[in-house]
Design a protein around this ligand. Structure first.
Ligand SMILES: Cc1cc2nc3c(=O)[nH]c(=O)nc-3n(C[C@H](O)[C@H](O)[C@H](O)COP(=O)(O)OP(=O)(O)OC[C@H]3O[C@@H](n4cnc5c(N)ncnc54)[C@H](O)[C@@H]3O)c2cc1C
Length: 347
């Protein structure tokens, strides 16, 4: 049996542990958290992630537990739509529900160690860095220059009990502010992003909520209504961090996946989706091929794609959170919106 140590038992670590063949590998997942999180917002599952979940035998459960995302709009802070969008059959699932399902798919033979890893195991056939944006594995093997970097932006988010009206669903882009709201099981999933001095390491949720209420005081009644219901126990706040680019996700017998490899800003909603694709791709390759060939193919299949998305996400963030360029951006969006509406009428 080949010894595989997976550092991190989040989306990446659990998905990989679920995919690795228990007849070939002696797998240990090292996770610092004592238990799975119970508070978390919705993650939209794009087609690639849905295929990965199908490969893990979880797609049916995701469809049952998730919420199909209906049409939404890109809106001005007042709520006026600039551009309307179809949901396209996307399913949203909460992070706690996704983690519970992944956890249930991990074979019983996989060992679980509740510990924070500081020193990498030296006797492993494979060490997997699935330890998120602040990855110890990445820092240890790629050096301090590869450590995560803070962005100037905060992400504040949560779920409040009231259901949103369809006319309010969508993303609100202001001058240097972004706010999203959509239905989820149990109410409204919401998120806000703006420039802030709080943090960077530990952000006080109550303070962040107070700051958000001030930042969004000129937004529509729907946005203010959501923020008025948000309390620290049902909300999360953190600085957005990203990982600098890497040309390869492997070094010797060490491999990175998920945010440890390519943490991106959340603006395209793709981080968790690409993490799932990383995990099933790596698992499939490692199950079927000699180690070096598998790792080589993993780099070929995943590095370019995920680095492109990392860049695209960051560009989308710059547009969504534009400050001085906001009037130009809104003017362009209005034109695009008119064209899209015209095409839909003509179709
Ligand atoms: C505000 C925000 C909104 C987002 N929205 C979306 C979205 O809508 N859609 C989407 O697809 N993605 C989204 N993402 C991205 C998504 O959350 C990440 O891409 C995803 O969580 C990455 O999974 P991971 O398992 O690689 O890392 P993580 O989820 O960070 O998991 C890493 C795990 O490793 C553990 N760990 C860390 N260090 C150690 C250590 N030294 N020893 C032991 N254990 C350790 C941690 O406790 C954690 O459980 C969002 C991210 C943010 C910040």
């Amino acid at each position: 049996m080949k010894k595989v140590d997976i550092i991190g038992g989040g989306i990446a670590g659990l998905a990989l542990a679920a995919k690795l063949d228990p007849a070939q590998f002696d797998v240990t997942v090292h996770e610092q958290r004592p238990e799975l999180p119970t508070v978390g917002t919705t993650l939209a599952m794009w087609p690639g992630a849905r295929e990965a979940l199908a490969e893990l035998g979880l797609l049916e459960s995701i469809n049952e537990q998730g919420t199909f995302l209906a049409a939404g709009a890109l809106r001005k802070p007042s709520g006026q739509p600039m551009l309307t969008m179809e949901g396209g059959g996307l399913v949203g699932v909460t992070r706690p529900a996704l983690l519970r399902l992944l956890d249930s798919a991990v074979p019983v033979s996989v060992r679980r160690k509740r510990e924070r890893v500081e020193l990498l195991p030296s006797d492993s056939w494979l060490v997997v860095g699935a330890d998120g944006v602040h990855s110890t594995v990445r820092r240890t093997c790629w050096g301090a220059r590869a450590a995560a970097r803070p962005t100037p932006f905060l992400a504040v988010r949560g779920v409040v009990p009231s259901r949103p009206s369809p006319e309010d669903v969508g993303e609100y882009w202001g001058r240097g502010t972004l706010f999203g709201l959509a239905p989820t099981e149990g109410g409204t999933n919401w998120y806000a992003s703006y420039r802030s001095q709080l943090g960077p390491e530990r952000v006080d949720v109550a303070e962040a909520l107070k700051e958000a209420q001030q930042h969004y005081s000129h937004h529509s009644a729907a946005v203010q209504g959501v923020l008025a219901q948000a309390t620290p126990d049902i909300s999360l706040a953190q600085r957005i961090w990203t990982a600098p680019p890497l040309a390869k996700y492997t070094r010797g017998n060490v491999v990175l996946l998920g945010d440890a490899a390519h943490a991106m800003t959340p603006n395209l909603g793709r981080g968790a989706c690409e993490t799932l694709v990383d995990a099933v791709t790596l698992g499939r390759l490692i199950n079927d091929l000699p180690r070096q060939e598998a790792l080589h193919k993993y780099n070929r299949q995943r590095v370019l794609r995920t680095q492109q998305l990392r860049l695209a996400s960051s560009m989308m963030g710059k547009v969504a959170l534009a400050e001085t360029m906001q009037p130009v951006r809104d003017g362009l969006l209005k034109q695009v919106g008119k064209r899209v509406a015209g095409k839909r009428k003509g179709a």
